[in-house]
Design a protein around this ligand. Sequence first.
Ligand SMILES: NC(=O)c1ccc[n+]([C@@H]2O[C@H](COP(=O)([O-])OP(=O)(O)OC[C@H]3O[C@@H](n4cnc5c(N)ncnc54)[C@H](OP(=O)(O)O)[C@@H]3O)[C@@H](O)[C@H]2O)c1
Length: 324
Amino acid sequence: MTEHCNAIVAANPGGPDVLELVQHPVPVPGPGELLVKVAAVGVNFIESYQREGIYKVPFPFTPGAEAAGTVAAVGPGVTSHSVGDRVATAEGIACYAEYAIFPAVAALPVPSNLPLDIAAALPLQGMTAHYLMNSTYHVEPGQTVLVHAGAGGVGLLLTQMLKEREARVITTVSTEEKEELSRVAGADEVLHYGDFAAAVREYTDGVGVDVVYDGVGKDTFDGSLASLRTRGTMVLFGGSSGQVPPFDIQRLNAGGSLTLVRPKLNDYLLNARERMWRSTEVFNAAAAGTLTARIGARFPLAEAGAAHTALQGRATTGKVILQP
Ligand SMILES: NC(=O)c1ccc[n+]([C@@H]2O[C@H](COP(=O)([O-])OP(=O)(O)OC[C@H]3O[C@@H](n4cnc5c(N)ncnc54)[C@H](OP(=O)(O)O)[C@@H]3O)[C@@H](O)[C@H]2O)c1
């Protein structure tokens, strides 16, 4: 008899209320796959784009790429993992559930002193922060960086990692509470949006920043370009305020020979070596206490819709977790 477990399903694209708790069959791991009993699920902005139909996914759809838990079964041919191993991933399948499939190659070992809910808060946003500052643009000590949404999931991790690198970090936030969190994470200067480009110029003695990490998108894009130094780099990595409309490339010339890049995590996890490099550095820093993953909100699995409403409504700080 097929066993069933709780899972979230969206029958069709739509608002947060399309996310419904259902019973679905416990998935069976195929070759190269693990079945994982999920302890905590990481909620990420991308799942709201998928739910809304902005990023194309097949419906009915169970969201969730990020989770941590223990291996409940291994698929044919898997020798890398065993039942009982503690694992986390940024590349899981249908993780808004009590049981989910992790590809074995993407199942990251969790250090024994790292709680599983913290492990669920790190893979996607932590490895994103890692590739943004090491690979999309390699930040050097002493460089000046602008990070939008400094109290968000990526923002808090990226700020801490940039300070470890001894960069100068300017962030933007929308509230006093978020300002305080961003400062605790190490930001040297915290701005409240508005004419942030003018404030950045003033703070940098008219020079501008070396690189902008912009996950806010539509509302900040123009100001981000205007915040860059000559030959600066604009890293557009998301659109929490909406997607940036089509863009005239000549603006890069007029802005001072700027570079614009639009990266995504999957392209920076190309093989086992790259995955291991990024995840080991992030997990080890968290286990050693030099990187803090702040869980700003926890929701029961059944309230996935409320979690999306909070995330999209700017009501969250740090990481949002679902607990099956
Ligand atoms: N390309 C990649 O590889 C990759 C990977 C991970 C995440 N991302 C992107 O990175 C961004 C941050 O992701 P996250 O999961 O860490 O989310 P998050 O930053 O925790 O949450 C989004 C934040 O964006 C800010 N924001 C500004 N304008 C907003 C608006 N109009 N509506 C909603 N939020 C607004 C809010 O902070 P304030 O209130 O302080 O403004 C909000 O808290 C997202 O765009 C996500 O898609 C991209």
